[in-house]
Design a binder for this molecule. Structure first.
Ligand code: FES
Ligand code: FES
Length: 214
């Protein structure tokens, strides 16, 4: 897929255009003045990336600086994944890549060639919700909902991590396998910020899906 022209306007291109305008103004004021030829505008480097998103194969030609978050939202129109801070601090952009949750704003799309990506749309849709989505509804695990796609992707991956026996900071020094407890879940979900403060209900939703009383 080629990048639309409106995505290819770079800051460098704008500055070059401004320089040409300034040069034209100079010539108009002083026809004898010599004007250096404008340098050709260089397009940003692009690369082809192929990955699977929610079970569908995609091949994109992207500016190499494009984050996975922007590739999903701007190029594939999967806007369920949210941009909060764009700096790896809020977790709103969490998606699952090959079974691991990541902040998609911190990852370049071209790093994911061949990867299998799951976004909130791939977990479930209205009429066929994932059990974690249903639990968030049941337990009022959201208010404005902006953080919710990231919370749910994270929560699904957290239960997989615990089931796989992967330790967190809380359980790193224990010999027992990690268990679903409120403390464990709060620690593992600490990268997902909820400005509305729905944390208690989020923990209730996750423990409900885990089938335990935390
Ligand atoms: Fe990625 Fe905030 S938008 S962590
Ligand atoms: Fe509003 Fe979490 S529900 S930020």
């Amino acid at each position: 897929m080629s990048i639309p022209d409106d995505y290819s306007i770079s800051r460098r291109g704008l500055l070059a255009g401004g320089a040409v305008s300034a040069a034209a103004a100079t010539v108009a004021a002083n026809p004898e003045a010599e004007v250096a030829p404008a340098k050709p505008v260089r397009r940003p480097p692009t690369a082809r990336v192929s990955f699977e998103v929610n079970g569908t194969a995609h091949q994109l030609e992207l500016d190499t600086r494009t984050t996975l978050l922007d590739a999903l939202r701007e190029h594939l129109r999967l806007t369920g994944t949210k941009k909060g801070c764009d700096h790896g601090q809020c977790g709103a952009c969490t998606v699952i890549v090959d079974g691991r949750r990541i902040n998609s704003c911190l990852s370049l799309a071209v790093q994911h060639d061949g990867d299998r990506i799951t976004t909130i749309e791939g977990l479930g849709l209205p009429g066929k919700l994932h059990p974690m989505q249903e639990a968030f509804v049941t337990h009022d695990g959201y208010q404005c909902g902006y953080c919710t796609p990231g919370q749910i992707c994270s929560a699904v991956a957290v239960l997989d991590e615990i089931n796989a026996g992967i330790p967190s900071h809380v359980t790193a020094n224990l010999t027992d396998a990690p268990k679903v407890t409120t403390r464990e879940l709060r620690e593992r979900m600490s990268g997902n910020i909820c400005r509305c403060g729905a944390y208690s209900n989020i923990i209730d939703a996750i423990t409900d899906v885990a089938g335990v009383k935390a």
